[in-house]
Every structure is written in C-alpha cells, then in structure tokens.
Design a binder for this molecule. Structure first.
Ligand code: CAO
Length: 423
C-alpha cells in the first residue's frame, strides 16, 4: 500500500534563507531512498538534500532561486512501503567550499586548466555522483568519469573518492594535453635530517596556491618594471594628512589606486578579460580594483568598487574597512568579487621589484614596492627625489609589450602630478 509523505527541509545547521540552486527531480519521477532531491547553497558550502523514501514524486513545492529554511515543505511523494520517518532526513555532508574562495574569482579553476578535462563531459547520469560532488570535481579540475567506482552505496562517488583521485594525480603525475606529464616534485622524508613539524595549510593558502598554479600554467605573463617620481604627490599627501580635522589617513596606495583607474580608462584592454574560449575580449564598462591584503590566514583580495567615481577620502575609508575585515576573516563573497585589475603593494614592508602574478581572469596586476629618496639628474645637478618602484605584470595574449610600456607611462604621468587626475 502507498502512503503520501511530505518531505521537508531537515535541520541544516543554524542557517536561514538558504538558496535552492538545483532541483534534481520532476513530478512523476520514481525516486529511491537517498536520491538527491534538491541542492542548497550557502555562501560557504553546497549540500544535497536526499529523499528518505522511495516512491513517486507527486508535487514539488520549491523551485530554483527559492530561499528555504528548516521545515520548508519540499516535495510530496507517493511512497512505497518502506517509509523512513521524515525526522531522520539529514542533508548530505557539506561538500564544496564555493564562494568563500574568492581570492579567487580565481579559486574556481583550482587545478590547472591545462589538465585534460572537460566539464561538459561530466554528463549527468553516467558517473554516479551528486551535483555537489560534481561541482567539487569541476572545481578541482577532475573529469568525474575517470573515477571508476565510488565508495558509496551502489558505487556512488563520494567526496573522499574525488580527493583521493586528486591525491593520486598529484603524486603520480598528471597527463596534460599533448600526452606529456607535469613533472612532480619529490618530497623526501625530512625527518631523517632532523626534527620537523607538519602544519596543515589554511583553506585560503590552499585555494591561493591552486589558483596561482593555474594562472602560472595558463597565462604567458610579462613583468615590466619602472619607477615613478612621486616627490610632489608625497608632499600633497603629507599636507592632506596634516590638515586639522582629518579623520582618515591618506596613504600613497590611495593615489596609486586612483592613478591606476585613470590609466585603465585610457587603455581599456587593461580592463578586460578573455572569454573562456579565448576567441574574444570582454571589455568592462565598470572599474573596480582589487587590493591584495596580507592576513594571518593568507592572502585575500577585497575589491574597491567604482573607483573613478570615488574621492580619495571615500577610498581611504573603504580600504580601511575592507582590510580590517580581511584580517578579521570577515570579508563576504561580495566583498571580493568583480575586480578588474589588482594591486599587490609590498611598499609598507620593503622591496625594489618583484613579479606579481596576474589575478586571472583579470589581465594585469600592478606590484608596488618601497619608495625611497634617489639622486635624479635634473640637467644641472643631482636632485633628491622620492622614487616609487612599480611592477606591471600582464597577460601577453591580451596586452603586447608596447601597450604595456605605454600604460606604465600613463600611470607614471598621473603619479608624477596627481592634479592631472582632475582633468
Ligand atoms: N613606499 C614607502 N612606504 C610605504 C609604501 C611604499 N610604497 N606603501 C606603504 N608605505 C608606508 C605607509 O605610508 C605607512 O607608513 P606609516 O605607518 O609611517 O604611516 C606604512 O607603510 C604602512 O602602510 P599600510 O600597510 O598601513 O597602508 P597601505 O595603504 O600602504 O596598504 C594594505 C594597505 C591593505 C595593502 C596593506 O596593509 C597590506 O596588507 N599590505 C600587504 C600586501 C600584500 O600582502 N600583498 C601581497 C603580495 S602578493 O603575494
């Protein structure tokens, strides 16, 4: 005999208004116990909600885009005999860190995209895996069909299976297009040389590492170094900071952000991304700048929005708030999305030059190191000037050397005399 069973959203932890990102069933479907009904996603994770009964789907009460809470009615099922009480429903384990990876518009393509893979061949129904596991596999660059059998019920592929596949690929070498393999780095047992301590990498460390490797392998990058004379800019900055009733601190970085935005407006290719098929250039009409911020957990890149239309003071407040939030680990996904170009400033620490890695899909990044007084020949004598070293790394598929050099000249032009930013 069949019974009508209402399946509700189970206890999903202390989270509310969770987004429904996938509905995996249709009215009339014959479903089995444990079959995924819907997938929920918070800003930190995805989770599958399985069925606790086998039977026929009578009615679906939610759709993609809905926000649900514990107890929301999900599906009505005309159940077979073996009904599991609804109270026992538990969502599948949290499986995929999704949006918190945002250093990383980046972190999405975790393992290098040159690894032979096709997200499109991750055909539904072939490999036995939930959408969240497929998402995890995609993020790690794994072709799920390569995982022969999963360790779950009926060979269902689990998170552990994807992880051990990646581990195996990393230790045994990965086949890349063309049939060659990425050489692996042998890690000896260091303990034979002396005492060691093994510390797990933070989530941010791992995501940044994957993203950086991916960028390194995919982008032909050039770094161009030059110096800007910021003597007058510094005098203006000092005068701003010494004004009475100034409630913010103007650092040199704020002027660099403004000058960078002006140069990007002059050279629109610097505010673009390559389409995923590499066939076209996507030019952005908005202009947001990401700032690399050092935090105890690793590097994050909060994004300052609409830079051309903000005053130095507004930017100072926003940068202060966002870098503080970054260090406290409180940046939201939205705080780190939508960057057009990034700045990595090591100027507060030191340095003369370095080669920053582009935060792809952005096409360029500006590196900044410590300014210092240098003797500059003015035609008659050496004059002490404040010189700021700049490093511009760009994706050579989008920007050629001459354009890179012209861009740097424009940036220096604005920094040499920041009044030009007003024109
Ligand atoms: N040359 C000389 N001095 C500089 C400078 C430069 N290029 N840049 C900053 N300084 C000085 C500032 O004027 C300030 O001096 P005072 O303390 O005397 O006022 C000091 O260095 C510290 O500056 P700051 O770090 O507080 O402010 P900022 O606006 O320059 O930078 C931020 C803000 C968030 C970028 C920075 O705090 C930070 O996190 N830096 C680390 C960046 C990083 O890790 N990059 C990643 C590299 S890629 O892996």
């Amino acid at each position: 005999m069949s019974t009508t069973v209402e399946i509700k959203i189970p206890d999903i932890g202390n989270v509310h208004d969770v987004d429904v990102v996938a509905v995996e069933i249709q009215t009339g479907d014959v479903i089995t116990i444990d079959q995924t009904l819907i997938t929920l996603e918070t800003d930190k994770a995805s989770m599958d909600v399985p069925s606790t009964v086998g039977g026929t789907v009578q009615q679906i009460h939610i759709k993609v885009g809905d926000k649900v809470n514990e107890g929301s009615l999900m599906v009505t099922v005309l159940a077979n005999d073996e009904v599991t009480p609804a109270a026992e429903v538990v969502p599948a384990p949290v499986v995929a860190e999704v949006k918190s990876t945002e250093i990383a518009p980046i972190a999405k393509s975790a393992v290098p995209a040159v690894i032979e893979q096709s997200t499109s061949v991750v055909a539904k129904g072939k490999a036995h895996a939930s959408p969240a596991i497929r998402l995890l596999a995609r993020e790690l660059g794994v072709d799920i069909s390569q995982i022969a059998q999963g360790g779950g019920r009926k060979n269902r592929i689990l998170k552990e299976d994807v992880k051990s596949y990646v581990k195996k690929a990393m230790t045994e070498g990965i086949t890349v297009k063309g049939g060659s393999t990425l050489p692996k780095i042998a890690v000896p047992d260091f303990s034979v040389f002396g005492e060691i301590e093994t510390q797990p990498l933070s989530k941010i460390n791992k995501l940044t590492g994957h993203h950086m490797t991916s960028v390194w392998l995919n982008l032909p990058m050039v770094t161009y170094h030059d110096d800007a004379d910021i003597t007058e800019m510094e005098a203006f900055r000092v005068s701003l900071n010494s004004q009475k009733n100034v409630d913010v601190k103007f650092t040199g970085l704020l002027f660099i952000i403004k000058a960078l935005a002006a140069a990007m407006q002059q050279f629109p290719r610097f505010n673009s991304s390559l389409s995923s098929d590499g066939e076209s250039l996507i030019l952005k009409k908005y202009l947001n700048i990401g700032i690399a911020v050092d935090t105890p957990n690793g590097l994050v890149v909060p994004v300052l929005r609409d830079v051309p239309n903000k005053s130095l003071k507004q930017l100072a407040i926003e940068l202060g708030e966002k870098s503080e939030k970054a260090r406290a680990g409180k940046l939201t996904a939205a705080n780190m999305q939508g960057g057009c170009m990034s700045i990595s400033s090591l100027g507060g620490i030191g340095g003369k030059s370095f080669t920053p890695i582009v935060n792809a899909p952005e096409v360029a990044i500006l590196g900044v190191t410590k300014s210092s007084i240098q003797p500059v020949w003015n035609g008659k004598e050496f004059e002490p000037r404040l010189i700021l070293p700049l490093d511009l790394t760009y994706d050579h598929r989008v920007i050629d050397g001459a354009e890179g050099a012209r861009f740097m000249e424009a940036l220096k032009y604005y920094l040499n005399d920041v009044r030009r930013l007003l024109v």
